[in-house]
Design a protein around this ligand. Structure first.
Ligand code: 3PG
Ligand code: CO
Length: 555
């Protein structure tokens, strides 16, 4: 008989205030000049590492340990926070789409059958991130889907590409567009009318998240749906090459463009009767466009036209909103997350970050589900992010504000768990600006200090960890680990996440003296953290959770 009630932990008391701090993009790597965490002054994190060896360790944050297809897959915030919050390892979107494509099951599913109804008289539009980053989407999946869709009746296909440079090296967009153009040429030989119709950089067009800046989505809408953009080209390879020449532009921030025919007419606006698929498997950066494509009533920007289309996501992106209602592949069924258990066991939770990471400690943490489990037991606070900037110009971001909110929540006595995400090392790391990333790491460290001080005051416990690596290595390396140079002799900046493990530290005056990390879970990963935190709340974890990282020895 299932029960939400968790057993009391045999040795650990209830009632301690716990700070659960997630440093975004803070991995552990060799100390060198490209390790911004090492270069930065980070006295707080250093003291945790050098303080008590039995209460600091590394955990896996990439590959199979977080449900990704292979151990060559770097970690990311979605899978990292899913694992932290759910306490178990789920085959993630990337993997589920791989399986659905390999087995061909994708073409028998409800979502595909639904869009297929448009193939006879309409166009199939595919919108998504064009790279092999494997964080939001993968090129090989797009290639298989293109082939499969054409074999299953799509006669006219238009692709709306979003260039990356964030999960992959900047400048790689050109090669990805070339590869795609090659595939499309082959399809055309087979009689399928297939073309790239529009494009733009992921951070400037379409892929905003958590409703930070609807203008980003609108720019995409104008190009993809209305066929309007400031830049018009006859050829997508030329478009990307030319737009990259604009000073200060890069793959992440390419302005929107549309492809036009000889008469200057856009080749692929979205019109009544068409089918549309957003081919990203990861949710956060396509939820907004999904709303624009799906909702009859929508007031975030003027859509001008709202075509009657058949829209399907690669996955269903939001389990609570059931958005979108049609999808090609069923998402991982992440259920009974630690957050849901906690509200059933009297644990009052406060969660906070700034907009660009807010959903990480709420939506992702709770298994891709928006909203509260029980608003009487939970409070989620979002600090508005600065809009329309690259965070290297503001590397401190809202770290201080987040820490102040956490401090106040801890001191208020109203919460048992105070959970935050500190975005700096990740968001600034993604800009590839090494100097700014050093400043970012220092700012995050200062925020940790403020939170630990509050925990000290209330006699609480802290758990400090990260969701994946980023700022600890800012250079692309060869197999031997040596920095790679580009043609001009400069190092190749790594804007993406890494394969590195992340630290976890526990402590604070409320921690029972005999608590230490067990030695028998050496390959522990982020999914082991949920049981650990439940124990620190004085509760036994559910039996199907990944094992706790801690034990209590009698002194
Ligand atoms: C992004 O969406 O910003 C990057 O692709 C991944 O970063 P995140 O996983 O840290 O959010
Ligand atoms: Co990131």
């Amino acid at each position: 008989e299932f029960s939400w009630k968790l057993k009391d932990h045999p040795k650990l008391p209830k009632g301690k205030t716990i700070a659960m701090v997630v440093l975004d993009g803070w991995g552990e790597a060799k100390p060198n000049q490209y390790n911004c965490i090492h270069v930065a002054e980070t006295p707080t994190m250093d003291s945790l590492k050098n303080g008590a060896p039995e209460r600091w360790r590394l955990v896996k944050a990439h590959g199979k340990a977080v449900g990704l297809p292979t151990d060559d897959d770097m970690g990311n915030s979605e899978v990292g926070h899913n694992a932290l919050g759910a306490g178990r390892i789920y085959a993630q979107g990337a993997k589920l789409v791989d399986i659905a494509l390999e087995t061909g099951k994708i073409y028998n599913g409800e979502g595909f059958k639904y869009i297929q109804e448009s193939f006879e008289n309409g166009t199939l539009h595919l919108i998504g991130l064009l790279s092999d980053g494997g964080v939001h989407s993968r090129l090989d999946q797009l290639q298989l889907l293109l082939k499969g869709a054409s074999e299953h009746g799509a006669k006219r296909i238009r692709i709306h590409v979003l260039t990356d440079g964030r999960d992959v090296l900047d400048g790689t967009s050109v090669g990805f567009v070339e590869t795609l153009e090659n595939d499309l040429a082959k399809l055309r030989e087979k009689g399928v009318d297939a073309q790239i119709a529009s494009g733009g950089g992921r951070m400037y067009v379409t892929m905003d998240r958590y409703e930070n800046d609807w203008d980003v989505v609108k720019r995409g809408w104008d190009a993809q749906v209305l066929g309007e953009a400031p830049h018009k080209f006859k050829n997508a390879i030329e478009a990307v090459k030319k737009l990259r020449e604009i000073p200060c532009t890069n793959d992440q921030y390419l302005p929107p463009f549309v492809i036009v025919d000889d008469n200057g007419k856009a080749v692929g606006p979205i019109v009544d009767g068409d089918a549309v698929v957003t081919f990203n498997f990861r949710a956060d950066r396509v939820v907004m466009i999904a709303k624009a494509l799906e909702y009859e009533n929508f007031d975030k920007f003027d859509r001008v036209r709202f075509p009657k289309i058949r829209y399907s996501g690669m996955l269903q992106y939001d389990g609570e909103l059931k958005l979108p209602s049609h999808y090609l592949v069923s998402p991982p069924e992440i259920e009974r997350t630690s957050g849901e258990y906690l509200v059933h066991n009297g644990i009052r939770t406060f969660a906070c970050s700034e907009t660009v990471k807010f959903g990480h400690v709420t939506f992702f943490w709770n298994g891709n589900r928006s909203g509260y489990f029980n608003p009487e037991m939970e409070e989620y606070v979002e600090i508005p992010s600065d809009c329309g900037i690259t965070f290297n110009v503001q590397p401190k971001m809202k770290a201080l504000e987040i820490a102040e909110k956490a401090r106040d929540a801890i001191l208020s006595g109203k919460f048992d768990q105070v959970r935050v995400n500190l975005p700096n090392s990740d968001m600034v790391g993604h800009t590839g600006d090494i100097e700014a990333t050093v400043v970012a790491c220092k700012a995050a460290d200062g925020a940790v200090k403020m939170i630990l001080d509050a925990i000290e005051q209330v006699g609480g416990i802290y758990v400090v960890t990260a969701d994946h690596g980023n700022a600890e290595d800012m250079v692309k390396r060869n197999k031997k680990g040596e920095p790679l140079l580009d043609k001009t002799g400069n190092i190749q900046i790594l804007t993406s996440h890494t394969l590195e493990p992340v630290p976890i530290a526990i402590g604070g005056p409320g921690l029972a003296p005999g608590v230490r990390f067990r030695k028998d879970v050496p390959s522990g990963g982020l999914a082991n953290v949920a049981a650990t935190v439940m124990n620190l709340h004085g509760l036994e974890a559910p039996s199907d959770y990944e094992p706790t990282l801690i034990e209590v020895v009698d002194n």
